[in-house]
Design a binder for this molecule. Structure first.
Ligand code: ADP
Ligand code: ZN
Ligand code: ZN
Length: 663
């Protein structure tokens, strides 16, 4: 008798990951690891994934598999191993991981029809772009970066490279050279980008370089299109997959290289179960496939930079722009001085004048305002200090409904003060101005300016993002107002002014990474200027010119920033010096939620005991305390060997677990 270990495909919480079934004689050849089968489960009949076969079982009575659903098998061998590693690392049910690996359209109904061939707009345009272009001759720094990739591919060994290079330093050419080598060796490639919609130019370059071999996987695809793309990749028709987060699971059979662009992007963290981080999954994948992984960024996470220094990652640096053109200088406007001078407009006189000059000369401008988190932080307009936690030095979250200011991590809670704790001034209030109001203000001030706005509200439809981008590129608008959507990847020669309307919004996000996020955003958005032949300016407005993240961004000093940031992380025991795991409880009654988390916090900390090297922080209301009529509370477990806490974390209904929480 042969048995199979089957992971039920169900969303309900089960006590175990896998269950044992016997394999009927007539299915003996078909029930292989990676296929889906129909199984009796309780009184129902459900689907499940076969993950293992064995010749014996400890159970006296087992039920039999009913039938096999998919042929060929859905899940490749190395993906089964990968799924187990992800389940272990993120404390997630194996069934949920397997589910997340497969597009919905593939899981639901094996369709007979060949799916409309999905081609994203950028790819379609690039397809018409003409003959492939020969690659440029790489410069010395690029060659040094490519070398370990080529060695790794030739030797069929896993290596991991952090590629640190400013915007325009030629990172993409390094990726392309690595992929070229993988393809020449008859192997495939996966290229991860934070958000596919934000990278039209990059996709164009890939398609021109590798015509007919590119598959683009993005969130705007329908289920059917996604399934069709998946089958194409599975059949080997496309060997280079470009996509966002979930593309790390693309069924490329013989993977020769994994590329992660902008490895610091928060979008790589999945915010639903399984809450994996795609960069860590990419590293696991590369190890399983004996392939190199290259992670590139102008502003790597300090965790990654730290790993490069401890030898866990190799480091390659591209110190200069290929063009030799310097990064644009950044002028700082101190908003505290503006307030003192009685100026409460969104645009300071400096930025106002810069806009006038830019447009008088026929240039285009970008005004950047990150709306995220704006109304949750309490800021003193006189000294520029935000209300912060005395334990964790992250900004306190102002919960209007509770009339309190709470620490997102340790649970410190204070009433909203009427005066600034550091300078005593009464100019203390919630920070808040969105892109919409900014647009109105700029329109009133400059009626002749052709304005265009890009944020989540104006890009709801599938093609809206490309439309706005194209209109701006064709100079049908003079000034683009936008959120972090406009910060990334664009290479537009006529942008001669970037105005950062308030550099501080992300600085006060209640997250230990807010400094890093801010440095990265400011660097990215400043990098949109000065790509053409005309000189360009960046004007940065801030209440916190002295904050290390802002200060180092204004001088384009990544190393200076990383040094300061790592010191803060060490002092406060945040990653990379410890790992975090956030357990969140959701309930319709705020008071009951609080009682439950308090009980669980005590139980977890009693169970773990003192001296285990693990702290239990909180409980505290979650950042989004009230959401869709429910209340959310959380506790945070912190430690170097956080896995030790996993068996003891709360699992009851209403609880969720997030290991290595994202921004
Ligand atoms: P990054 O990815 O770091 O922003 P890119 O790879 O996009 O940089 O390079 C910036 C520009 O320089 C691109 O237009 C690219 O085609 C060009 N480029 C890159 N490397 C070279 C090279 N070795 N010789 C000539 N041009 C190059
Ligand atoms: Zn103050
Ligand atoms: Zn705190």
């Amino acid at each position: 008798m042969t048995f199979a270990s089957v992971v039920p495909e169900t969303r309900s919480q089960l006590p175990r990951d896998a269950y044992t079934y016997s394999i009927p004689e007539d299915l003996a050849e078909l029930v292989l690891p990676g296929v889906r089968v129909e199984i009796p489960f309780g009184k129902r009949s459900i689907l499940g994934y076969v993950v293992e076969r064995s010749e014996e079982t400890e159970f006296a009575e087992v039920r039999a598999i009913d039938r096999v659903i998919d042929e060929p098998r859905l899940i490749l061998d190395h993906h089964l191993t990968l799924a187990r590693q992800i389940a272990d690392r993120y404390c997630a049910p194996l069934g949920e991981v397997l589910r997340a690996m497969l597009p919905k359209g593939v899981r639901t109904r094996p369709s007979r029809r060949a799916g409309p061939r999905s081609v994203s707009r950028a790819v379609a345009e690039a397809g018409a772009a003409g003959p492939p272009e020969p690659p440029p001759v790489l410069n010395d720094a690029q060659r040094a970066a490519v070398a370990p990739l080529l060695e790794s591919i030739a030797a069929h060994t896993h290596r991991r490279l952090l590629l640190h290079g400013v915007t325009g330093s030629g990172k993409t050419e390094v990726y392309l050279a690595g992929i070229d080598a993988a393809l020449a060796a008859g192997r495939g490639a996966i290229v991860l980008v934070p958000e596919i919609a934000l990278t039209p130019q990059m996709i164009r370059r890939f398609t021109v370089r590798f015509p007919g071999r590119i598959a683009v996987v993005h969130s705007a695809l329908t289920d059917a299109e996604r399934a069709a793309e998946w089958r194409h990749i599975r059949s080997g028709a496309h060997s280079v997959v470009i996509g966002s987060r979930s593309a790390v699971f693309a069924p490329v059979a013989d993977l020769g290289i994994v590329v992660v662009d902008e490895e610091d992007a928060p979008a790589y963290k999945q915010d639903r179960v399984p809450r994996y981080h795609a960069v860590d999954v990419a590293l696991m994948l590369g190890a399983l496939c004996d392939a190199p992984v290259v992670m590139g960024s102008a502003t790597p996470r300090v965790e990654s930079f730290f790993r490069a220094h401890t030898g866990d990652l190799e480091l390659a640096t591209l110190p200069e722009r290929v063009s030799g053109r310097p990064l644009p200088p950044i002028e700082v406007v101190d908003l505290r001085d503006e307030l003192k001078a009685g100026n409460t407009n969104a645009l300071s006189p400096t930025l106002d004048r810069a806009l006038q000059e830019c447009h008088a000369e026929g240039g285009q401008s970008i005004l950047f305002l990150n709306r995220r988190g704006t109304s949750t932080v309490v800021l003193c307009r006189t000294c520029g200090e935000a209300l912060t936690c005395t334990n964790c030095s992250v900004s306190l979250v102002h919960h209007v409904d509770r009339a309190s200011c709470d620490c997102h991590y340790c649970g410190l809670s204070i009433p909203l003060p009427s005066a600034c704790p550091s300078c005593g001034s009464r100019t203390i209030r919630a920070l808040g101005m969105g892109t919409e109001r900014l647009e109105r203000e700029v329109r009133e001030r400059f009626p002749a300016l052709r304005l265009i706005r890009m944020d989540r509200d104006t890009t709801r439809s599938r093609d809206a993002y490309f439309d706005i981008y194209d209109r701006f590129r064709r100079h049908e608008a003079d000034c683009l107002i936008g959120t972090q959507m406009v910060a990334k990847g664009w290479d537009l020669g006529n942008v001669r002014l970037v105005g950062i309307v308030n550099a501080d919004t992300s600085l006060h996000f209640p997250d230990y990474r807010s400094g890093e996020l801010t440095f990265s955003l400011l660097t990215q958005v400043a990098g949109r200027a000065g790509r053409g032949d005309e000189p360009a300016r960046v004007v940065l407005q801030t209440y916190s010119p002295g904050h290390y993240a802002v200060r180092h961004a204004t001088t384009h000093d990544y190393l200076g920033f990383a040094r300061d940031e790592i010191r803060v992380r060490k002092a406060l025991r945040f990653p990379p010096y410890a790992r975090l795991c956030v357990c969140t409880f959701v309930h319709k009654d705020d008071h009951e939620a609080e009682i439950e988390v308090r009980r669980e916090a005590r139980r977890v900390s009693d169970t773990l005991g003192i001296g285990a090297g693990l702290d239990v922080l909180g409980p505290t209301p979650a950042f989004l305390h009230r959401l869709r009529g429910e209340y959310r509370w959380q506790i945070t477990v912190r430690g170097t060997n956080i896995e030790r806490a996993f068996p003891h974390l709360p699992r009851a209904r209403g609880w969720s677990i997030d290991v290595d929480p994202g921004a």
